[in-house]
Design a protein around this ligand. Structure first.
Ligand code: FMN
Length: 185
């Protein structure tokens, strides 16, 4: 990705006319078609992640982009459950975070992950968070595949690609409004 390659945003198939609509459409997508993801779309997602807020603007995250499908397929057995998305994903971004830089590192990493998930949806792609941190075997395998050094925590891997499954959009009438409290719990 070039710093000055600023206007590379590609046309998206479906225009989301509001952030609410984008949130409504974003679902975890775990099955992808074999269509490769354009570099411009990956760059777009990365720019969104690089603008995510972080505590004291410490930016403790690092992003490892993987498009080599052999490497992505090798990630599939990283966990017994919940890593099947790597069997078909055409791209993945590993989020590694340095806890020595910021005590808010888990939040910082998680926010950057959410920027990636929403940016993927906006670009007409499907994406899913695969949690890695605290799952020792998974962490070791992802480190082995990507060369992430021991001083960084492997928080998660965001798999993505063109969707090969339909998921229902969120229904605004069925949101968990009971979780919201006004003025006092
Ligand atoms: C912190 C976190 C960890 C997650 N880990 C996994 C995972 O390891 N494997 C997986 O298939 N989905 C994982 N997900 C996706 C959730 O299962 C999904 O977001 C949730 O079921 C809600 O569905 P939705 O994303 O379609 O709205 C994770 C999501 C979050 C936020």
């Amino acid at each position: 990705m070039q710093k000055n390659d600023y206007f590379c945003r590609v046309k998206i198939g479906k225009i989301m006319d509001s952030f609410l609509e984008l949130c409504r459409h974003r679902r975890s997508i775990r099955r992808y078609s074999s269509q490769p993801v354009e570099r411009e779309k990956i760059d777009y997602m990365l720019r969104c992640a690089l603008m995510s807020p972080s505590g004291k603007r410490r930016n403790p995250w690092e992003f490892v982009v993987v498009t080599d499908t052999d490497k992505i397929r090798a990630m599939a057995p990283c966990k017994e459950y919940g890593s099947g998305m790597f069997e078909t994903a055409m791209a993945a971004i590993v989020i590694a975070v340095d806890s020595a830089i910021a005590d808010t590192w888990q939040c910082d990493g998680a926010i950057s992950a959410e920027h990636l998930l929403l940016a993927a949806e906006e670009q007409g792609l499907g994406a899913c968070w695969c949690h890695i941190y605290g799952r020792e075997e998974a962490e070791n395998l992802i480190r082995e595949i990507t060369g992430i050094p021991a001083n960084l925590h492997v928080l998660c891997v965001i798999s993505f690609g063109y969707k090969d499954e339909e998921r229902k959009n969120y229904d605004l009438d069925k949101l968990l409004y009971n979780k919201v409290h006004y003025e006092r719990y």
